[in-house]
Write a protein that binds this ligand. Structure first.
Ligand code: FES
Length: 252
């Protein structure tokens, strides 16, 4: 006879919510943004990735919810769905607030392609703030790079430092990030291309964290395919034999 450990079974509770007038079923505890994405409902977002905990930094994912007679604006990446929730993703109030956020972002990142394109989608060609306040930043301080490094890669080589207008991601003491393994997850996760990474002449450079690591050369095809430091980190973590990464995945 088979024994079932009921303690290990987690039965998900389903709830029904309304988004833009249409009814959807979702698991209780899912966030509004997750449900919207699953159903192809577009909500702009910059600081959210499924692989990491939501943080609510960019605020672009705001939506308007109705509970009983009360309406309010919430960040959809952080707000869990519940039975009977009514959500509007593009109400006049949401669009007005989102435009203000994009206006601010555009003043900070006045030459960033991603921000410019998002702003243009809302009819904003240039920031309404005085030009003297515009900067050419690319980083929106969403911290996604640091969260990916900590929660996905597990090395916490970088973090957000300082406060106010000087806040931003950085390596410890602004020196070369010794814990960085050069995997480039921060580069791939960054929504605005603020992290500069390059593979050049046998080395990987991540300029933001001042690192330069030699790339592993495949013993079969000769391609330089990943930083040696990253491969050594994986080899030790998974207790793989020495030389396991001598050949690239294609040749293996
Ligand atoms: S995606 Fe929700 S605040 Fe950035």
């Amino acid at each position: 006879m088979k024994c079932v450990n009921w303690g290990l079974l987690r039965l998900s509770e389903l709830v029904t919510l309304t988004v833009n007038g249409n009814k959807y079923t979702a698991e209780k505890g899912q966030y509004i943004l997750q449900v919207a994405r699953a159903h192809g409902i577009k909500i702009p977002s910059l600081c959210n990735l499924d692989a990491v905990e939501p943080y609510g930094a960019c605020r672009l994912c705001i939506v308007e919810i109705t509970r009983g007679t009360r309406k309010r604006i919430v960040t959809s990446c952080l707000f869990p769905v519940e039975e009977g929730l009514v959500v509007e993703t593009d109400s006049p109030r949401v669009v007005g607030n989102r435009k203000m956020l994009l206006d601010l972002l555009l003043a900070r990142c006045s030459e960033n392609k991603v921000i410019k394109q998002l702003a243009a989608e809302y009819g904003i060609e240039k920031s309404s703030f005085e030009k003297e306040y515009w900067t050419k930043e690319n980083c929106i301080v969403c911290g996604l790079c640091a969260r990916v490094c900590e929660q996905v890669v597990g090395v916490s080589a970088i973090s957000l430092v300082n406060r106010g207008i000087t806040k931003g991601p950085a390596s410890p003491y602004l020196e070369s990030a010794k814990a960085c393994i050069g995997c480039g997850s921060c580069y791939y996760a960054c929504p605005t291309g603020a992290i500069k990474m390059e593979d050049k002449k046998g080395y990987r450079y991540i300029y933001n964290w001042k690192i330069k690591y030699r790339l592993q050369k495949c013993k079969v095809c000769g391609i330089e395919w990943a930083p040696e430091k990253q491969l050594e980190y994986i080899r030790k973590k998974w207790d793989l034999p020495k030389g396991f990464f001598d050949v690239c995945p294609n040749c293996r």
